[in-house]
Design a protein. Structure first.
Length: 397
């Protein structure tokens, strides 16, 4: 049976020749054959030149995600085993492997596996299958992961909203191995954390901020710290471990704060030095500002405000609001560590937002460092969309 093919409109092959892995619906002239969701199709230029092999998605605006630019490749079980093996080999060579037992093992397009995310927490893997092609090859990928890592269990967290765009139902639960391993104990730079893989955000812990937590730890000594959107306390625990005078950590999720309290206790941090408070962060920042609160370090690590560029304007207002409030409470000589994980807000726009917030707050400030995701979240050079995490360390004069 011959493979179905997507024929592109004239001139729309340029991005594929630059090895960008997405084909949008508007680039397609016609479909030859009747591919089912997730099936492998050949992508051809308007003149018939074969360009790539990709996974077809009939529901998403991203109609095809490239598996390989080698049009003679065989997209089969062995293909996915080799991709997983290559991703694992990269992580084994990273310095982080020496000081943590929690790593991102597969990072979607940047590991040649569009729609596949896999994080390792000690001996448990958490996997997400977020696109039609990933769903089609789910079993083969799960088998390869279990075989090649030797982990005791795999928990699937395919419950992200993006699956709806692919016409896929949500799914979560243990799919391989020990089904009792739902609270994982991990270590990171000598600190202990508990990860709730079943109910936590994304895969349970924000591994992309690992290096940035260590940077905050190195800067926190003697400072009064405000950690906003603290989730399970990663930054807050790091700041306290670094010798912060006092840390107030805010989040709207009671269950997340319960895990955060466990994390503080697991590191022997006294409650009087690290205070967790359940609150609407936007509203509570205003309350603190109105009370004249001042901090020597403020951390802003909010959830994703703009998954795509279409939400950038609304997200910009939200980022401006929290950064403005932070500048108003940042003491002279203080540090603001501010982050955006929104793919729809590029780095230059984020810097402009923070600069505008400082201007409106009437403070003089300068960038002294820039932060990004940890090295186990690689960014393929031809896929800039993978560079989603942006962070600025800003000093108030």
């Amino acid at each position: 049976m011959s493979m179905a093919a997507l024929v592109l409109k004239p001139g729309r092959e340029k991005s594929l020749k630059r090895r960008h892995p997405w084909v949008f619906s508007g680039a397609i002239e016609r479909v030859q054959g009747a591919p089912k969701s997730g099936e492998t199709v050949q992508v051809r230029a308007a003149d018939g030149q074969p360009l790539a092999l990709a996974a077809w998605s009939e529901h998403s605006q991203i109609r095809a995600r490239v598996w390989s630019f080698d049009t003679e490749a065989q997209v089969n079980v062995a293909f996915f085993r080799a991709r997983v093996q290559a991703a694992l080999a990269l992580r084994e060579r990273l310095p982080a492997r020496r000081h943590t037992n929690a790593l991102r093992l597969v990072h979607g397009e940047s590991d040649g596996l569009p729609g596949v995310i896999v994080d390792r927490y000690a001996d448990v893997l958490v996997a997400q299958f977020l696109a039609a092609g990933a769903e089609r090859w789910r079993e083969a990928i799960l088998d390869a992961l279990l075989e090649l890592t030797g982990c005791e269990a795999i928990f699937e967290r395919s419950d992200a909203d993006v699956r709806q765009l692919e016409g896929l139902p949500e799914r979560a639960g243990f799919v391989r191995g020990n089904s009792e391993a739902n609270r994982c104990a991990i270590r990171e730079h000598g600190l202990n954390f508990r990860v709730d893989i079943a109910a936590g955000q994304k895969t349970g812990f924000f591994l992309d901020q690992r290096d940035n937590r260590q940077r905050i730890r190195a800067l926190a000594e003697g400072r009064a710290v405000l950690d906003c959107f603290c989730y399970t306390g990663g930054f807050a625990v790091a700041a306290a471990a670094g010798g912060a005078k006092h840390v107030l950590a805010l989040d709207s999720s009671g269950p997340a704060l319960a895990v955060a309290s466990e994390n503080a206790q697991a590191n022997g941090i006294a409650a009087e030095r690290l205070e967790f408070q359940e609150a609407d962060v936007f509203a509570h920042l205003r309350t603190l500002r109105n009370a004249g609160a001042q901090y020597d370090m403020i951390i802003l690590d909010p959830p994703k405000f703009a998954p795509t560029a279409a939400q950038a304007e609304r997200a910009s207002r939200a980022y401006k609001d929290i950064n403005l409030l932070a500048f108003k409470m940042l003491a002279p000589g203080g540090l603001l560590a501010t982050y955006s994980c929104s793919g729809g807000v590029p780095a230059d726009l984020f810097q402009k937002i923070v600069a505008g917030a400082a201007l409106d707050a009437g403070v003089s400030a300068k960038i002294v460092d820039r932060y990004t995701a940890a090295a186990d979240h690689p960014v393929a050079l031809e896929f800039p969309e993978g560079d989603y995490l942006k962070g600025l360390l800003v000093y108030r004069a």
